[in-house]
Design a protein around this ligand. Structure first.
Ligand code: S3P
Length: 176
């Protein structure tokens, strides 16, 4: 039996919208690690970065991941940088060995840029040159997403429903 569905992938790859719908369809709880962090600290992610820096954020992100993985029947959308932490990758792998499935949502850099738009919500691409920041982070992270994913889907040219169908088919195939 699948324990949790864990969505990984770069910012704006669709983890939140796809995650919510998958949870609805499965009758599972939807959780977003960023949201859990915001609730826990009572402030926005942008504020956490500004006030305490990335290292602090990563520490809390790891704690939150460990805590949420204690439960099952959840769709968990993770922050785009979670895979950069070796300890987080270990937690994800442990969860997989207990039955979770890890799905990587991908998107082309220009699609990411368009989706992120002028949002101030993403501190790591609020740079003067957002495309440069996206390409740089993607170059560092792609191999990490690939290494840990059980299944990958490029969401760039798909409607949310199509992505959801694809993810659920993957889960069902594992059940058969
Ligand atoms: C981050 C992605 C964000 C959030 C934080 C850092 C990253 O989450 O965790 O701003 O390092 O890629 P989303 O992927 O949900 O945007």
């Amino acid at each position: 039996m699948v324990q949790n569905l864990i969505l990984i992938g770069f910012m704006a790859a669709g983890k939140t919208s796809v995650g919510r719908l998958c949870a609805q369809r499965l009758g599972w709880t939807y959780l977003d690690t960023d949201q859990v962090i915001e609730d826990k600290l009572q402030c926005s992610i942008a504020h956490v970065f500004r006030r305490h820096g990335e290292e602090f954020f990563r520490r809390i992100e790891l704690e939150v991941l460990e805590a949420v993985l204690q439960d099952s029947n959840q769709v968990i959308a993770t922050g785009g940088g979670i895979v950069t932490q070796p300890a987080a990758r270990t937690l994800l792998e442990q969860s997989r060995s207990m039955g979770s499935r890890i799905v990587w949502l991908q998107a082309r850099p220009e699609v990411i840029l368009q989706r992120v738009g002028r949002s101030q919500k993403r501190p790591l691409i609020k740079a003067e040159n957002p495309m440069g920041a996206i390409l740089e982070l993607l170059a560092k992270r792609e191999c990490l997403y690939r290494q840990i994913a059980d299944y990958a889907i490029d969401t760039s040219d798909l409607a949310i429903d199509q992505v959801v169908e694809s993810v659920l088919s993957f889960l069902n195939a594992g059940e058969a």
